[in-house]
Design a protein around this ligand. Structure first.
Ligand code: SAM
Length: 266
């Protein structure tokens, strides 16, 4: 019989193999401390450039509002923190961070936290089952990690438990489609690409892998959750991707909107 622990172990083995093959991480502390900025020669420079744009938009348009509202430093959860670069950035701004991940890899997971000078707590845990007290946090951020959830209602219910009544959940850099069928096609394409490149589809965790407008409406209804949707500008090339996809007869590409969720009954 396959247990949850077996599934998790298999996911982490596949994930580690893929991330290392993609050239993630470094031996050099300076590399981590500069993130989301990185050298142009970095194998993942294009991806980091996008992440940097999202981060700067988030600081100007979301975090600044929370900072203005609160005189004290914010208590922030960084869920699916990876190498903890966001925790580092926000700790430098004076906030109290808890970075959570199931991946403790020293290049690309929680153990990379040793590279940062700013202090924050790193907790190895599943974001569906947080070993943290209730009503303790002002913000819960999923940075390129929410779509790894296998059950969005469960994941968001656990976040709601940990938020203060004035708190919000923020979802950054998760792929969003208008229609569910387009997300399903992306998942099929991704599994096929992984199978071709690595010899396995990397689907052991049954992550949902994307969001779509219908799912956002369902979550709003089920969890009494209001969404605010922000649309950062990523440049003309990015903006014209849907037109190019249409002309090539391909499915529409994902959007990387910023979602701010506020629970009505907190
Ligand atoms: C694409 S990485 C993003 C890492 C980091 N937030 C960033 O911005 O670079 C997604 C992360 O989510 C983590 N993750 C996936 N499922 C998780 C879960 N159920 N609980 C906690 N972390 C999870 C993975 O281990 C991985 O580190």
């Amino acid at each position: 019989m396959t247990t949850t622990a077996d599934v998790r172990k298999r996911f982490l083995e596949d994930y580690r193999r893929i991330r290392h093959a993609e050239g993630r991480g470094s031996q050099d502390s300076e590399y981590y401390r500069a993130l989301p900025s990185c050298n142009r020669s970095d194998l993942n420079a294009g991806m980091w450039a996008m992440r940097a744009k999202t981060y700067s938009y988030f600081v100007r348009n979301v975090l600044a509002c929370f900072e203005k509202r609160s005189e004290a430093p914010l208590d922030v959860l960084d869920l699916g923190a990876g190498n903890c670069w966001l925790s580092h950035r926000l700790a430098l701004r004076g906030h109290r961070l808890v970075a959570v991940d199931i991946f403790n890899d020293e290049r690309d997971g929680l153990r990379a936290a040793r590279h940062y000078p700013a202090a924050f707590q790193a907790v190895e845990a599943d974001f569906d089952d947080l070993p943290l007290p209730s009503q303790r946090f002002d913000l819960a951020i999923f940075n390129a990690s929410f779509h790894y959830s296998v059950n969005y209602v469960r994941t968001l219910s656990e976040v709601r438990r940990c938020l203060r009544p004035s708190g919000s959940v923020v979802i950054l850099d998760s792929p969003i489609y208008r229609l569910r069928e387009h997300g399903m096609r992306m998942v099929e394409e991704k599994h096929a690409a992984f199978r071709k490149r690595y010899g396995f589809p990397s689907d052991s965790l049954s992550s949902i892998d994307f969001l779509d407008i219908g799912t956002l409406k369902q979550l709003q209804h089920t969890l009494h959750l209001d969404w605010q949707i922000l649309k950062p500008w990523y440049g003309w090339n990015w903006h014209l991707r849907p037109v190019k996809a249409f002309l090539r007869g391909r499915r529409p590409p994902s959007k990387f909107w910023i979602l701010i969720g506020t629970f009505r009954d907190l």
